[in-house]
Every structure is written in structure tokens, then in C-alpha cells.
Design a protein around this ligand. Structure first.
Ligand SMILES: Nc1ccn([C@@H]2O[C@H](COP(=O)(O)O)[C@@H](O)[C@H]2O)c(=O)n1
Length: 187
């Protein structure tokens, strides 16, 4: 019977580089620093990352701090009202970088149809964008991560406003069509 192969990896600082030319390479969370919250997110990274990598603490001791970190960062990100279409730009502007030799790694697994499962505590939408922009998002790549939940009305509001005379947001009434109908009747 043919042997089934599978590759499992995490993402930040495993498939991406830790540093390049003496500078830290951003994690998927850090790619979002572009959105105004830069300073607060950096402060949180400086506070919590040393706890994440502290060899003197057990996973149980670290866990509440990690939850606190993600909760605070995610609250900051929600406040920024980031739209899905902004993420490609954020990744392009960032210095996110896969490890040297990444293409051989991704292409070989794809050619041999070996599934690559990427488990990440980072931001799935950003992670996808990083591998997409590096042209290695092959069909054998599967991502298990945290995804952002976008408000699609906000996402599309601008394009709707450019296309229509009236755009109703959170209006559960028939007031606008009724006003239109009334004025039609009177004219
Ligand atoms: N707010 C946060 C939370 C986590 N990080 C870093 O992301 C890394 C995710 O790593 P994976 O190996 O699971 O892809 C994690 O190690 C944290 O250092 C962050 O930058 N900001």
C-alpha cells in the first residue's frame, strides 16, 4: 500500500523568517500595524512576546497572558473597521517574508500532492494573503487559523454609494420607498 504523506507546520517565524537584514520580520498580526493602531499593538507585542518565549514559564502559566494579548489586539483591530480589501495592501506594504527556499518547499509538496496543513495562532486572512502574494497558494495548502469576521455592508458601502442615489444602512423601514411613492402620487 502506498505511504500517505502529510506536512504540518505553524506559520509565523516557521514558514516566515524571524528577521531579515537585522530587522524583525512582521508576524501576521504585525502586518496590520499599518492601520493606525501601530503604537498600541507594538506596545502589546513588546509586553507579551517575552512572556510567550519565556522558558521559565509553563504553558499553563503563559496561557492567560496569551489570551489577554489576543483579546486586546483583536479589540483594537475591530475599532479600526478594517475592510477585507485593505488586507492585500497592508501585506504588500509590510516586510512580511517567507523563508529563503520557500518556493522549492511549497512547489515540491504541490507537485507531489502532499497536503500542507498550516496551523497558526496568527490572522488567517493575512496569512493567506502572504502566501498568495508569493504565488505559492497551491491547492494542497490548507490553513487552520483565526479569520476576521467582516461587516460586508461596511465593506461594500463605498461602491454602493458610487453606484446608487440612495444607500440605506440599518434602515428596517419602508420610509424611503413610501416617501418616493407619495411624492409620485402627488405630482
Ligand atoms: N497579537 C498577537 C498575537 C500573536 N502574535 C504572534 O503570532 C505568532 C503566531 O504564530 P504561529 O506559529 O501560530 O503562526 C505567535 O507566536 C505570536 O508571537 C502577534 O504577533 N501578535
Amino acid at each position: 500500500m502506498a505511504e500517505k504523506k502529510l506536512v504540518i507546520s505553524d506559520f509565523d517565524m516557521t514558514l516566515t523568517r524571524f528577521a531579515y537584514q537585522g530587522k524583525r520580520v512582521p508576524t501576521t498580526h504585525s502586518c496590520l500595524f499599518i492601520f493606525a493602531v501601530l503604537l498600541q499593538m507594538k506596545e502589546l507585542l513588546n509586553r507579551y512576546y517575552p512572556i510567550e518565549i519565556d522558558a521559565n514559564l509553563s504553558p499553563e502559566e503563559k496561557l492567560p497572558y496569551m489570551v489577554e494579548w489576543w483579546t486586546k489586539v483583536h479589540e483594537l483591530l475591530i475599532q479600526q473597521r478594517i475592510r477585507k480589501d485593505m488586507l492585500a495592501h497592508a501585506v504588500r506594504e509590510s516586510s512580511a517574508m517567507l523563508r529563503e527556499g520557500y518556493r522549492v518547499f511549497f512547489d515540491c509538496l504541490a507537485e507531489q500532492r502532499v497536503p500542507l496543513l498550516i496551523f497558526s495562532a496568527g490572522v488567517g486572512d493575512v496569512l493567506e494573503e502572504v502566501i498568495r502574494q508569493n504565488d505559492v497558494f497551491h491547492p494542497n495548502v490548507h490553513i487552520i487559523s483565526n479569520y476576521m469576521d467582516f461587516d460586508h455592508v461596511e465593506d461594500r458601502k463605498e461602491s454602493y454609494m458610487n453606484s446608487f442615489d440612495i444607500v440605506l444602512v440599518k434602515d428596517e423601514t419602508m420610509d424611503v420607498p413610501n416617501i418616493g411613492y407619495q411624492s409620485e402620487k402627488q405630482s
